[in-house]
Design a protein around this ligand. Structure first.
Ligand code: SF4
Ligand code: SF4
Length: 163
């Protein structure tokens, strides 16, 4: 699959402490990995039976096992799963339909949500999610569509995915 459209800059994300860190080791916000993704076969020991990447506890935070907390970089960046590539966009169930939304907790989204640039990028995301490759992935891996019904106050729905 071609790469998901990136909206944030590397510089912005490297200075942010929000991504790849969680409130607890079983957090629903840990990324999940589909069985067809390369990281699944290469890093199986770091992925639980539900497909979630393990988290580990540090002195001041809990993070994805692949996050280097010294430099804020992902140690498996080239292999990171689709969920990580998509973030701050999210794939989830909404009233029986598969929806794509944006996580309002991301500081970049808070700053840029109303900008022309963000609206353009959202159209790129819609085009990506309407393409055959992405739809085939979702069809084959419905388990990757999350249930964020308890967190909808943190999410803005952008569009539904026509499958
Ligand atoms: S929360 Fe947003 S700004 Fe921060 S690292 Fe993640 S994508 Fe980047
Ligand atoms: S795999 Fe990489 S990008 Fe994804 S949560 Fe872990 S450290 Fe972050």
């Amino acid at each position: 699959m071609r790469d998901f459209p990136q909206i944030t800059t590397e510089q912005r994300c490297l200075s942010c402490k929000a991504c790849c860190r969680f409130d607890d080791k079983k957090s629903i916000w840990r990324p999940r990995v589909a069985t067809c993704e390369e990281i699944f076969s290469q890093e199986q020991d770091s992925i639980d039976s539900s497909g979630y990447i393990h988290a580990e506890t540090h002195t001041h935070c809990i993070s994805c096992v692949f996050l280097n907390i010294c430099d804020n970089r992902c140690s498996v960046y080239a292999l990171r799963p689709l969920e990580c590539r998509m973030y701050p966009f999210l794939l989830f169930w909404s009233e029986g339909q598969i929806a794509v939304g944006v996580h309002l907790s991301c500081p970049y989204v808070q700053e840029e949500e109303n900008s022309h640039f963000f609206k353009e990028k959202t159209q790129d995301v819609r085009d990506f999610c309407s393409a055959g490759e992405f739809m085939a992935f979702v069809q084959a891996h419905r388990e990757m569509v999350s249930d964020y019904s308890q967190y909808m106050n943190e999410i803005k729905i952008l569009f539904t995915v026509p499958l």
